[in-house]
Write a protein that binds this ligand. Structure first.
Ligand SMILES: Cc1cc2nc3c(=O)[nH]c(=O)nc-3n(C[C@H](O)[C@H](O)[C@H](O)COP(=O)(O)OP(=O)(O)OC[C@H]3O[C@@H](n4cnc5c(N)ncnc54)[C@H](O)[C@@H]3O)c2cc1C
Length: 442
């Protein structure tokens, strides 16, 4: 049975309340699929804007923010990297400001510990300067280029020729932020159903019979356990499964999602003194991933990574996790082969580094030469939902789409919300709420 998640209701009381509510009302104006940080931020924004309407969030796991939103670096990005004028750039800069303001208002702890993007080779300096220009165009606050001495003043163990100093970058626990969005949503009257894996959406049969509810809530959404809710509109924010949900609803399966796992190492507690703020490499411009970095965490630990290797399971957090469906889905997609052929040597070296700790430590030593294999342990992993088009290009910006016909025109799919979507979540939510209002005339 789907669980009704609420702060004040748990166990038997929650089940009784859910049963009672189901008898009375399993109809909603809008159902949001996915309780990651994007789905929860969107649902919160929708209920705040339309308090008279009924909203539900449907989540397949028993906990909120269980996938990407709970397995990430926890960095509040300042907006340096993204193409000026792109949604990513605009939403990250707005989102970071909104995130700090929200955390202040809610008393959610964060640290504005800053970040250095460090060039360790001469040939990285032109790319670093180009990043600086890009950051200025994106209106990122407080950026400056600094030399070797200033790098050491800020990060005594870090070596580098030149660095881009971004004091506005911070860290936060995004699971806590997502939980807070969920609380706002519920306090404003929204309903969260966990353990509700959406497997089917269709126009309800009874809508044609002319029954009052059937006409008003003509879409039926079913779970893998056969439970149903009725609604007028659907917004999907399903992360790693966003293409599958689009397909279920009769909308386009493309762009497809390709899962890229990111493994972290952690510094042993007695070595955490070596890192004060975020230390990042100059990124490879061909990839959307930011490279292996040093990131302090809110609990005082320091994570190193993540790498980026193709995962054989969408929600597979271990090196050898495998799902035949996910594997076949990926290898039968021509876009993946085009991507692999274009980036074979990069992909193989990432796989090699994933297997051998010493190879990852070598990368880290370019920045902090004192780090040794004895100072690190294998840590957690995350899996990125990366959209890939049929030509093998990684889709860089957010993608919204819906479909046509009775059902398709009632659905908005949020298909590509990669990093920095956690930073940008409040800004993305405003954009989703605008899009919902415009498409569905709420
Ligand atoms: C390794 C890594 C590091 C990152 N670092 C950062 C960072 O430092 N800063 C930053 O801003 N961003 C970072 N990101 C990106 C950020 O975490 C994601 O962009 C963001 O969490 C996406 O949120 P989401 O809600 O779209 O997806 P998710 O959090 O994955 O949520 C999707 C939800 O949909 C649910 N779902 C899927 N299918 C169904 C279904 N059929 N029925 C019901 N529910 C369903 C899933 O269970 C899941 O809870 C990182 C990501 C990764 C993986």
């Amino acid at each position: 049975m789907a669980a009704l998640l609420g702060r004040r209701c748990c166990g038997a009381a929650a089940v009784a309340l859910w049963r009672a509510q189901r008898r009375q009302r399993s109809t909603f104006d809008v159902a949001v699929v996915g309780a990651g940080i994007v789905g929860l931020a969107a649902a919160r924004q929708l209920v705040l804007r339309h308090p008279a309407l009924g909203f539900a969030v449907l989540e397949k796991e028993r906990q909120l923010a269980h996938h990407q939103s709970g397995h990430n670096s926890g960095v509040i990005h300042s907006g340096i990297y993204y193409t000026p004028g792109s949604l990513k750039a605009k939403l990250c800069v707005q989102g970071a400001a909104l995130c700090y303001e929200y955390c202040d208002r809610k008393g959610i702890p964060y640290k504005q510990c800053g970040k250095l993007i460090v060039a360790v080779e001469q040939d990285e300096i032109p790319r670093l300067k180009a990043l600086y220009e890009r950051g200025l165009q994106n209106n990122v606050r407080g950026l400056k280029l600094i030399g070797a001495k200033e790098i050491q003043a800020k990060e005594p163990f870090c070596r580098g020729l030149m660095a881009l100093d971004s004091p506005y970058t911070g860290i936060v626990d995004y699971r806590q932020v997502a939980q807070s969005y969920a609380e706002d949503f519920q306090e404003a009257g929204g309903t969260i159903l966990t353990d509700f894996e959406v497997t089917d959406m269709e126009m309800a049969k009874e809508s044609s019979s002319g029954s009052e509810d059937g006409l008003q809530y003509p879409v039926v959404v079913r779970s893998s356990k056969g439970e149903e809710i009725y609604c007028r509109h659907i917004v999907t924010c399903a992360g790693l499964y966003s293409d599958r949900l689009s397909e279920i609803s009769g909308c386009s399966p493309e762009p497809r999602i390709v899962p890229f796992r990111g493994d972290y190492l952690v510094l042993k507690p007695e070595k955490c003194y070596m890192v004060k703020g975020n230390i990042y490499p100059v990124p490879n411009p061909r990839f959307p991933f930011l490279g292996f970095h040093f990131t302090p965490r809110m609990d005082g630990s320091v994570w190193l990574g993540p790498n980026a290797v193709l995962a054989f399971k969408r929600e597979g957090y271990k090196l050898f996790d495998f799902s035949a469906t996910d594997f076949l889905d990926a290898v039968l997609y021509s876009g993946l082969w085009k991507l692999v052929l274009k980036n074979l040597s990069y992909g193989l070296s990432e796989m090699y580094r994933a297997c051998f700790l010493s190879a990852q430590v070598e990368e880290l030593q370019k920045f902090i030469p004192e780090v040794t294999v004895n100072d690190v342990l294998r840590g957690p992993s995350g899996v990125r939902a990366q959209a890939l088009d049929s030509d093998g290009n990684l889709v860089d910006d957010f993608v919204f789409d819906g479909g046509t016909g009775d059902l398709g025109s009632r659905i908005l799919h949020v298909r590509n919300a990669p990093s920095p979507a956690a930073t940008s979540s409040l800004a993305i939510a405003e954009m989703i709420a605008d899009e919902v209002k415009q498409r569905f005339e709420l």
